[in-house]
Design a protein around this ligand. Structure first.
Ligand code: DAH
Length: 334
């Protein structure tokens, strides 16, 4: 008898699990708990059972009835809740997850890397913390040299500093390797500057250099012409202007025709029609001496470019600070 009761309970609970609508649920309630349901009938006929079994079986039948009606009510609550939810339309288009993008400085770094890779230059990383020797001395700027003043340097200790340009990478590479060498190095540099629209205490540079027998100024010109024409578009006017850097002799600064006014003269190019873009020259024999190269045998050229400056000219941005404020309204434009 007891088994029969438990079987009814099990069957009812299985059916309950499968019920998906309020109507199905109500049908189950009538089937199992209604006036003609098996439990009701069982309780009605309890008098036919042997006297000693009546109390325990009666109790069991009532408990099962109570349990089932509680379970039905719970399920009714859940089904009602579900009905209240808006129905799901699987044909609606999905929501696009917001996609990030590459920072404009990263884009320019990638572009520069691509151009020089195609010219056969290798990419080398250098440390951002340097010693006085690499940042200055080996680059022909001994202590007290006036050119040190051009690079307002953050010192960490008397002898260590945050590199103020990427030129020390030249020394690291040449100390380790013998010519022929064709290398570029890209990274952060630091300067003790008051922040304004064109000065930041941290910015990015690309350093490039090539050393071999017979490298001359026309190689420098050729490489920079390819570089600048790829970067700013074919036929960008380029001019070399005599200049001075302690680590190159002769030295040249390179200008491109103003991208804004096309050379006519505007406020961006200060009415000159030209924009200064990079520093370069033939590597000074004293630099070769510092790394143990024979300057009678080898010659080389070097150049250094500011990445933020390139990005500002390329995208016509007038304030360098915009690159580091991370305002999405600015960044989304790239
Ligand atoms: N180091 C220079 C600067 O930070 C840029 C530079 C000029 C790099 C001439 C060179 C070079 O390699 O030959 O302003």
């Amino acid at each position: 008898m007891e088994e029969r009761l438990l079987k009814i309970q099990k069957e009812a609970e299985e059916a309950l699990k499968k019920a998906k609508t309020l109507e199905e649920l109500e049908a189950l309630r009538v089937k199992y708990l209604g006036r003609k349901g098996p439990l009701t009938l069982f309780i009605q006929k309890i008098g036919d059972l042997p006297r000693e079994e009546r109390p325990s079986l009666g109790r069991l039948a009532n408990e099962i009835k109570k349990d089932l009606s509680r379970e039905i009510e719970e399920k009714r609550g859940r089904l009602k809740e579900r009905q209240a939810l808006p129905s799901l339309d699987l044909t609606l288009p999905g929501k696009k997850p917001p996609l990030g993008g590459l920072h404009p400085i990263t884009q320019v770094l990638n572009e520069v890397t691509g151009i020089f890779s195609r010219l056969g230059f290798r990419i080398v990383q250098g440390p951002e913390i340097e010693t006085d020797y690499y940042n200055f001395e080996a680059l022909n700027m001994p202590p007290g040299h006036p050119a040190r003043g051009m690079l307002d340097t953050f010192y960490l200790t008397k002898n260590t500093l945050l590199r103020s340009h990427t030129s020390p990478v030249q020394i690291h590479v040449m100390e380790k390797e013998k010519p022929p060498i064709r290398v570029i190095s890209l990274g952060k540099v630091y300067r003790y500057e008051a922040v304004d629209a064109s000065h930041l205490p941290m910015f990015h540079q690309v350093e490039g250099f090539m050393v071999d027998e017979g490298v001359n100024f026309s190689h420098l010109k050729g490489v920079l012409e390819v570089f600048l024409n790829e970067l700013f578009g074919p036929k960008t006017p380029i001019r070399f202007r005599p200049s001075f850097f302690p680590y190159t002799e002769p030295s040249a600064e390179v200008d491109i025709g103003c991208l804004i006014c096309k050379g006519k003269g505007c406020s961006v190019c200060k009415r000159t029609g030209w924009l200064e873009i990079l520093g370069s020259g033939m590597i000074d024999p004293s630099v070769f001496k510092a790394v143990g190269y024979d300057s009678e045998k080898y010659t080389g050229f070097a150049f250094g470019v500011g990445i933020e400056r390139i990005a500002m000219l390329k995208y016509n941005i007038s304030d360098m600070r915009l690159f580091f404020e991370n305002d999405l309204r600015f960044l989304r434009q790239f």
